[in-house]
Design a protein around this ligand. Structure first.
Ligand SMILES: *Cc1c(COP(=O)(O)O)cnc(C)c1O
Length: 363
């Protein structure tokens, strides 16, 4: 059986360092916002090529706090891709703002800059590009529109740790950008965790207050904050893994190269473009007989996933807000996409086997 993902296998090679990191934190006896968080924040900011990193409790919180710090007028419009993971849209709703869904480019699965321009109104306050599956959005085009129309940009980098666009990393473009370290992400913790990155020292200060009860000095509360702190243990584990992030990404890129070369026939594969360094958080193919293909692979001992089976506007939770809308490109992607095994725990041999089985699919 080839698993879709085996997190224990992915983390096995880090176990000795995790144990040491655990012992260091446990012995220090200081578990919230101490030196482990500080160390990880500095290292991750350096890695992304930004000035500040603020560790928070999850990717969703990183998105919510990123929006909160701009003090956007309630009811303002935020542009977001229609095929994102629901978290991006939820962050907008939790902040009392209106999500405006824009269809992706069917080739890249990322937000289509041309459609952003058409969607901007006098109420638009920000754009939230999502670097889906580990491939960055066309950031030059997005930043150009944002500058001209005076909009904030919040990158959702939850699937793009170390992905690059024109040699610059995800998180280094927008005004304030969000990462998730959910265990399955390329840089995954051993539990929930997230971070905000920004070059703006004032936004960084605000984010630090929001994550910690609105306080700069203990027991003095300046704003209505949250409790959304990255904890010392997760930060210590993340520092261990961050040192190997490029190795993890390169491993996944090698596996992706095998799929790209070996899979033949009428499967639509991810595009590879000049100037983009993709890190394949997810490697998806598309096929009109997706469900049949998924079952066939399962029968052959290969587990796959679907990211995602239901588009956000068709989710029950968003029915009242978006239920009447139609997003045909997003719907076409959701109906045909299949995510193949691609993790640090998979070998090249595994991937050759998956590719071979896919090529043997008779519809
Ligand atoms: C994982 C993910 C999130 C949310 O991260 P959590 O840490 O689970 O809150 C947000 N956006 C995208 C695109 C994601 O993939």
């Amino acid at each position: 059986m080839i698993e879709y993902e085996n997190l224990s296998g992915t983390n096995r090679s880090f176990l000795a360092d995790y144990k040491k990191a655990f012992a260091d934190v446990a012995k220090r006896g200081f578990y919230i916002l101490g030196q482990a968080v500080n160390k990880f924040e500095n290292a991750f900011a350096d890695y992304c090529g930004v000035k500040n990193c603020i560790g928070v409790a999850s990717g969703l919180d990183a998105l919510i706090i990123s929006l909160k710090i701009f003090r956007i007028k309630p009811g303002s419009e935020i542009i977001v891709p229609s095929n994102t993971y629901i978290a991006t849209i939820l962050s907008i709703i939790h902040c009392g703002l209106r999500p405006i869904l824009i269809e992706p480019d069917i080739k890249t699965y990322n937000i289509d800059p041309e459609k952003i321009e058409d969607a901007v109104t006098s109420k638009t306050a920000a754009i939230m590009p999502v670097h889906l599956y580990g491939k960055m959005c066309d950031m030059d085009a997005i930043m150009e529109i944002a500058k001209r129309r005076k909009l904030k940009v919040i990158e959702d980098c939850a699937q793009a740790h170390g992905a690059e666009y024109k040699k610059k990393k995800a998180g280094a473009f927008g005004h304030c950008n969000a990462f998730s370290f959910y265990p399955t992400k390329n840089l995954g913790a051993l539990g929930d965790a997230g971070a905000i990155v920004t070059n703006d020292p004032e936004l960084a200060q605000q984010a630090k207050m929001f994550r910690n009860y609105g306080s700069r000095i203990k027991y003095y509360n300046e704003i209505i904050g949250y409790n959304s702190r990255l904890d010392e243990l997760q930060a210590a584990f993340l520092s261990v893994k961050l040192k190997k992030l490029d190795e993890i990404n390169n491993h996944k890129r090698k596996l992706a190269a095998i799929y790209l070369k070996k899979i033949k026939g009428d499967f639509i594969k991810p595009v590879v473009q000049n100037g983009y360094h993709d890190i394949y958080h997810i490697f998806n193919i598309r096929h009109p007989q997706r469900d049949k293909l998924k079952k066939y692979l399962m029968d052959q001992g290969i587990k796959t996933e679907i990211h995602y089976p239901v588009p956000p506007h068709k989710q029950k939770a968003l029915h009242d807000l978006l239920g009447s809308k139609s997003y045909p490109i997003s719907e076409a992607i959701h109906a045909s996409t299949l995510s193949l095994p691609i993790s640090y725990g998979h070998t090249q041999k595994d991937i050759y086997e998956v590719a071979e089985k896919i090529n043997g699919f008779n519809q």
